[in-house]
Design a binder for this molecule. Structure first.
Ligand code: PEP
Ligand code: MG
Length: 543
């Protein structure tokens, strides 16, 4: 048995096989082959596998997100069957005697160039699709298998995972996360909390030994220990712990439908954080009273190009309809820093967390921002929508946002497109500047939502991505708590509500402190809703 110690970022026990996250770049360089028949056969097998995967993806998307979003996988299947596309690849293999990887990559590039050079918008959009289908064949040719065919759930091990990598994972097959780097507020940790699976970070390079791939292991998310090839007694002990977790979870189910009210009668909202439509099942399952943070940038991270107004509209509509009259707070695009997207073509920055990100990009590239606002306003008639803006540091930014909103509303009115008149507009308080001038910001908005993940990194000057700083990081630092208190006081002086949507909101050891400060809402990952409800119901603020 090998025991490696790291830092737990989400409790729980997982027992299963280790699977290293495979990212590797595919080698598409040109090599000369002699057996063209064999090469053609390789290509055909990879193509058939791709078609099968796309069929499955279509079915999955159809049940999870509806026909509109599923269509793309049908289009991809049709493109894969296209005669010209296939002929080009086969000709290259047969006539130039080159390897399939090169033939597929070259054909993909040629077709993409051809599609993007036309005047036709529809054809332009197909350029991304042809690259996507070629990538899929390449992955199947080289065995880099994102839609892994194994049905076994695994413990995913990696150095760290970026937000765009986490969305590629088939979540149904993940038992736990273990990373050699990582930090408590990184998106791997946030994802683990959302999925209610244990996660250990900062375990060091000892983890990355390839001989561990496929080995049985236990993740003990209570004390941050990874056991590889555990002994019988450890296995027995951990199975016992796992069972008591399951029992505890079952007993929390009794709190569904109960109010989030303290013994002395104070009620607050406990909402859920989501990254997209796929998280809704957990929101309903855990009886959240609303959605306090929809990280809309995941719609952009999931796409290969800017998601269209229609695509965004469908996602927002689906979330609003599912939540019926419950509040849904959508945070506008928060891209940059740790959430990088290739097609945004952002410059490399010395200091990305303090760089060109979130609302700064939206105010700078207003066409992107307006597309999102149009989609949101159009969707607003399907439920109880609130919109909030990330990384605010000044009143001037709010005024600019408001004037862009007016332009969008006028456009929609002219086009006779209906939208709700009572959409609440709020800002995230996640920079020290915003917290300190929250008295100036409050009169301009309907609510505040405190983003403690960024607020902590900026207040303490501790990069939330840097595992080396974990020992210096005190999430309960007095400076952070004071800024939260200041924000709550200033919100209430101006009669607006205030919530916490950063990870600190689910820290049960602070629930009583936040309630005493007067917070109106806590928005946490869905599996944390019932534990927080349980905590609130056992607090007596009169004491
Ligand atoms: C935060 O900063 O606390 C927050 C909720 O936003 P994100 O974690 O997505 O940056
Ligand atoms: Mg943030």
């Amino acid at each position: 048995m090998v025991i490696i110690q790291g830092k737990s970022v989400y409790k729980g026990i997982a027992i299963g096989k280790i699977s290293f996250f495979k990212r590797g770049k595919i080698d598409t360089s040109k090599t000369t082959i002699t057996d063209t028949q064999k090469e053609v056969e390789r290509f055909k097998i990879a193509k058939d596998k791709s078609i099968l995967q796309l069929k499955n993806l279509y079915e999955k998307a159809l049940t999870e997100t509806g026909e509109e979003n599923a269509q793309i996988f049908e289009i991809h299947q049709m493109m894969l069957e296209d005669d010209d596309y296939n002929q080009s690849i086969l000709d290259m293999i047969n006539e130039q005697k080159v390897n399939s990887e090169y033939a597929v990559d070259e054909t993909g590039k040629n077709f993409a160039e051809m599609f993007s050079s036309t005047e036709d918008e529809y054809m332009n959009a197909r350029a991304v699709d042809v690259k996507d289908i070629s990538d899929r064949i390449l992955k199947n040719l080289t065995g880099i298998d994102l839609d892994s065919s194994t049905n076994e759930k695994c413990i995913i091990c990696a150095d760290d995972l970026s937000p765009s990598e986490t969305i590629q994972l088939d979540k149904d097959k993940v038992l736990a996360f273990v990373t050699s780097k990582g930090s408590a507020n990184s998106h791997t940790s946030i994802l683990a909390r959302t999925m209610n699976i244990p996660a250990i970070i900062g375990i060091g390079d000892a983890l990355l030994n390839p001989i561990y791939d496929g080995k049985t292991a236990i993740v003990d998310g209570y004390n941050g220990t990874l056991y590889i090839e555990p002994t019988e007694p450890i296995l027995r002990e951990m199975k016992h712990k796992l069972q008591s977790d399951i029992n505890e979870r079952l007993s929390l189910n009794g709190l569904k439908g109960q109010p989030n009210t303290t013994i002395d009668g104070t009620t607050i909202n406990v909402f859920a954080n989501i990254g997209g439509v796929a998280d809704l099942t957990k929101v309903i399952e855990n009886d959240a009273s609303g959605i306090g943070l929809f990280r809309s940038e995941f719609l952009y991270l999931e796409s290969d190009d800017y998601p269209s107004e229609e695509k965004q509209f469908q996602s927002y509509k689906k979330v609003l309809e599912t939540m019926q009259d419950k509040k849904v707070v959508v945070r506008t695009l928060d891209i940059g820093a740790d959430k990088q997207i290739d097609y945004f073509n952002l410059d490399k920055e010395e200091n990305p967390a303090m760089g060109y990100r979130a609302i700064r990009i939206c105010l700078d590239k207003q066409h992107i921002f307006k597309t999102q606002l149009r989609a949101l306003f159009r969707a607003s008639v399907y439920g109880n929508l609130a919109i909030m803006f990330p990384m605010i540091i000044s009143k001037d930014e709010i005024l600019q946002i408001k004037s862009i909103i007016e332009v969008v509303k006028n456009e929609l009115k002219e086009e006779n497109i209906p939208f709700a008149n009572d959409i609440e507009i709020g800002v995230m308080i996640e920079t020290p500047a915003a917290a300190i001038i929250s008295d100036i910001l409050a009169p301009e908005v309907d609510f505040f939502s405190i983003g403690t993940n960024d607020l902590s990194q900026y207040t303490l000057a501790i990069d939330r991505q840097n595992a080396k700083l974990e020992n210096f990081f005190n999430p309960h630092h007095e400076a952070i708590l004071r800024l939260i208190k200041t924000t709550i006081d200033n919100a209430h002086k101006n009669d607006i509500w205030v919530g916490i949507c950063g990870e600190l909101g689910s820290d049960i050891s602070l629930t009583e402190t936040f309630l005493k400060m007067g917070v109106d809402e806590l928005s946490v990952s869905a599996p944390c809703v019932l534990p927080i409800r349980n905590k609130i119901r056992n607090i007596d603020l009169s004491k």
